[in-house]
Design a protein around this ligand. Structure first.
Ligand code: NDP
Length: 240
């Protein structure tokens, strides 16, 4: 029977590429999204992948959505916590609302996504948890105190989950993408984006598919001894 994979934020951007890559590997994929119904419908029409709508910041909605997916497709053994947002501002201008929205979505959202599937993974003695963090969680970023805090938090989450899950055949790993050509990055002012690209030794943005290939590897049986790790995929930017 096909393994079942849940990809949050799986209907566009990096998540869309992840959903497609896992489907190509033979998974039954459930892709979630927050509110962009039009894009989700176009994605399903193109790929045949079912989409589910809920806010990852809401625990009860996550638990109910996950129960629905398991009723539709079977037990989830691969979870990709990908949904994320930015609400950038220099720290002295950052509002408590900007702080809270990013923490609730990017950090608590990971808890809300993984927690409901964890007991089943323990029972079945197999699981793959992959969290999409960010280079800015590794190095920090001016204007992103909220976002960097959540993405650094992801690394603590996977290292801790790895230690709890290893004896149950569960791995938990993070991927830290550098700048990837998605709407999130293409929305940045062109002059600023050009400066960003000039600072990437590879001389280009990454592609969503390059991140999806990392996810497919971490999801596979072959990666079973990689646990609590971080894959940096950033065109060498981190090492400048
Ligand atoms: P996009 O903005 O292109 O897509 C975000 C996806 O997440 C959408 O499907 C969106 O749903 C969903 N989403 C957003 N908020 C919520 C929520 N509250 N509940 C449920 N789903 C939600 O993002 P990217 O593809 O660029 O980013 C994906 C991940 O990769 C994020 O975690 C981001 O931080 C990380 N990342 C991205 C980088 C980049 O360069 N793009 C670099 C490093 C990390 P909807 O379509 O309905 O809005």
């Amino acid at each position: 029977m096909a393994r079942v994979a849940l990809v949050t934020g799986g209907s566009r951007g990096i998540g869309e590429a992840i959903s497609k890559a896992l489907k190509a590997e033979g998974y039954e994929v459930a892709a979630t999204y927050a509110g962009n119904d039009e894009k989700a419908a176009a994605f399903t029409a193109e790929t045949g992948i079912k989409t589910y709508k809920w806010n990852v910041a809401d625990y009860d909605a996550s638990a109910a959505g996950i129960a629905q997916i398991e009723a539709d497709l079977g037990p989830i053994d691969t979870v990709v916590a990908n949904a994320g947002i930015t609400r950038d501002a220099m720290f002295h201008r950052m509002t408590p609302a900007q702080w809270k929205e990013v923490i609730d979505t990017n950090l608590t959202g990971v808890f809300n996504t993984v927690h409901p599937v964890w007991p089943g993974m323990r029972d079945r003695k197999f699981g793959r948890v992959i969290v999409i963090s960010s280079i800015n969680g590794q190095k920090g970023q001016a204007g992103q105190v909220n976002y960097a805090a959540t993405k650094a938090g992801d690394l603590g989450i996977v290292k801790s989950l790895a230690q709890e899950g290893a004896r149950f055949g569960i791995t938990a790993n993070a991927i830290c993408p550098g700048y990837i050509a998605t709407e999130m990055v293409m929305a940045i002012d062109e002059a600023v984006r050009d400066k960003i690209i000039a600072g990437i030794p590879a001389g280009r943005l990454g592609t969503p598919e390059e991140i999806a290939r990392c996810v497919a590897f971490l999801a596979s049986e072959d990666s079973g001894f990689i646990n609590g790790s971080t894959i940096s995929a950033n065109g060498a930017q981190f090492f400048v």
